[in-house]
Design a protein around this ligand. Structure first.
Ligand SMILES: [Zn+2]
Length: 418
C-alpha cells in the first residue's frame, strides 16, 4: 500500500483537538480515540510488536530489529494524530488532482482557490498528483501524512527482511496542535535513544532549531477617581498598560520579524480604569537574547511601579519550551543521517529554523532528542492544504533509509542526562 492511500483513509476520521478542553483532559477530544484504535488495529495486522495504546491516547509500537546482538541506537519515529481546530475538519472529501499548471479551484461556490500567484511553490508540482479537499475542510496531512509515511515504512521493513535495521519505535500522539502533545509522552516506555518527528513541510526539510519560548502576563491595578477630581489621584490602569507596551521595541513584533529574529507578541489585552491585563508570548532562537527580552519586561515593570507606586504593575513570567538545537547538536548523526538520505534520492536538504515549537522541542528536553522531518505537504491548518503523492513516497523511502542507515551508526556517546 502507498502512503497516500493510507492518508486518504486516515483523513476520513475527524480528529480536531480542542484548546479549551481542561488541561488535565488528555486527549482533549474523544474523536482522537477513533483514529488511535484504527491505527492500533492496523499496527497489529502489519505485525508490529508491543503495540500499546495508553489511557491518554498515546499509541506505541515496535518494529523488531533483524540484526543479531545489535549494539547501535534505537531510533523512533513520531507523528501526531490530531488536526488543527482552526479550520473545519469533519467530512473531509479527499481527492487527487493531476496538476497541469494554473490555478486550482477547490470550491467554486465559495471561491476557495489555490492560486499560483499566492502559492508559487505549486509550479514545482507540474505533472504530479496532488491530494487536496473540496475546499470545505482542511485535509489533515498535518500530520496524518506523517502517520501514513511511518506506517508505510513499517510495512516495507516488515515485508523486506533483507533490509537490515535495529529495533525501530513508532509513536503516535494526541493534542500536538494545542501544544500538549508531549505532556504525557512516556519517554522511558517508548524506549528509543533518539527519534524524528515527521510533521509538516516538503520532502527534504529538516528542522532542529525551534524558538525558546516564554509567556508573560502583565496585570495593572488602577485607582478609579471621578475624572473631575482626578488630579494627582487617578491611576488609569488602561493608560498604564499602554505605557507598558510602548516600552517594548515596535520593530520586534512577529509582523516585522523573520528567520532568526525574535519578538514580543501581544496576544491578549483587556483594560478599563481599574484593572488591565496584557498577555504576551516572547520568542527567540537564542537563549541569551530571550533572557534579555525578559529583562526588558522586568525593567518596564520596575519603571512603572516607581512612577505609579509599588504593586501597580505585576509581571508573571513562565518558560514554555526551549530551542531543541542544544539537545540535538551533540548528536550530529541525527542531522547527518537524514541529510545523506535526502541527497541519495537526489533531493536537496533544506535545514530550516522553526519559528515556533514542535513536540520535539519538549521531547528533546525530556531525554529524547528529536529533530523534525518534512512530510511532503504544505498549506497546513486550512482549506488549501495539499499533499504531494510523489513526495509522500520519497518521505517514506527516506524513513526506510534512515532506519537502515542507523544499523551502521556506532553507539558513541552515552545518552545525555535529563
Ligand atoms: Zn503538525
Amino acid at each position: 500500500m502507498k502512503a497516500y492511500q493510507r492518508l486518504i483513509e486516515y483523513v476520513k476520521i475527524p480528529t480536531a483537538s480542542d484548546p479549551y478542553a481542561p488541561e488535565d483532559q488528555i486527549p482533549s477530544t474523544e474523536c482522537q480515540w477513533q483514529l488511535a484504535r484504527y491505527l492500533k488495529e492496523e499496527m497489529e495486522q502489519l505485525g508490529l510488536a508491543d503495540v500499546y495504546l495508553d489511557e491518554h491516547c498515546y499509541l506505541f509500537g515496535r518494529i523488531p530489529g533483524n540484526i543479531p546482538d545489535f549494539q547501535g541506537y534505537t531510533i523512533g519515529f513520531i507523528a501526531h494524530m490530531d488536526v488543527s481546530p482552526d479550520a473545519p475538519s469533519e467530512n473531509v472529501e479527499p481527492r487527487i488532482v493531476h496538476y497541469l499548471g494554473g490555478d486550482i479551484m477547490l470550491d467554486e461556490e465559495n471561491g476557495v482557490c489555490l492560486r499560483v500567484s499566492e502559492f508559487p511553490q505549486l509550479a514545482a508540482y507540474y505533472g504530479e498528483d496532488l491530494l487536496m479537499t473540496d475546499g470545505k475542510t482542511l485535509l489533515g496531512a498535518d500530520d496524518k501524512a506523517g502517520i501514513a509515511e511511518i506506517m508505510t515504512m513499517a510495512e516495507l521493513l516488515l515485508s523486506h527482511p533483507e533490509i537490515k535495521h535495529g529495533p525501530i519505535m513508532i509513536g503516535f500522539t494526541p493534542d500536538e496542535e494545542i501544544g500538549r502533545g508531549a505532556d504525557m509522552f512516556d519517554v522511558a516506555r517508548f524506549g528509543a535513544d533518539f527519534a524524528y518527528t515527521v510533521d509538516g513541510g516538503p520532502f527534504g526539510e529538516i528542522n532542529y532549531e525551534t524558538f525558546n519560548a516564554a509567556a508573560a502576563k502583565v496585570t495593572v491595578r488602577g485607582r478609579s477617581i471621578h475624572p473631575g477630581e482626578a488630579k494627582d489621584k487617578l491611576i488609569n490602569a488602561a493608560m498604564v498598560a499602554m505605557e507598558f507596551d510602548k516600552m517594548l521595541p515596535v520593530g520586534e513584533r512577529p509582523e516585522f520579524t523573520e528567520r532568526y529574529e525574535g519578538f514580543f507578541h501581544l496576544c491578549h489585552l483587556n483594560a478599563d480604569v481599574e484593572q488591565a491585563t496584557l498577555e504576551y508570548i516572547v520568542r527567540d532562537h537564542d537563549w541569551d537574547k530571550l533572557e534579555q527580552r525578559l529583562v526588558q519586561l522586568k525593567a518596564a515593570e520596575t519603571v512603572l511601579n516607581s512612577t505609579y507606586g509599588a504593586g501597580t504593575v505585576t509581571l508573571e513570567l513562565k518558560e514554555q519550551y526551549r530551542n531543541m538545537a542544544q539537545q540535538i547538536l551533540p548528536h550530529r548523526h541525527l542531522l547527518d543521517v537524514p541529510i545523506k538520505a535526502v541527497m541519495a534520492q537526489g533531493g536537496t536538504p533544506a535545514i530550516i529554523p522553526i519559528r515556533g515549537g514542535t513536540d520535539g522541542s519538549r521531547l528533546s528536553y525530556m531525554g529524547l532528542p528529536c529533530p523534525n522531518l518534512g512530510t511532503g505537504s504544505f498549506n497546513h491548518h486550512g482549506r488549501l492544504e495539499v499533499a504531494s503523492v510523489s513526495e509522500m513516497d520519497q518521505v517514506t523511502r527516506l524513513l526506510v533509509d534512515i532506519a537502515a542507515a542507523y544499523a551502521d551508526v556506532e553507539r558513541k556517546e552515552e545518552k545525555q542526562a535529563e
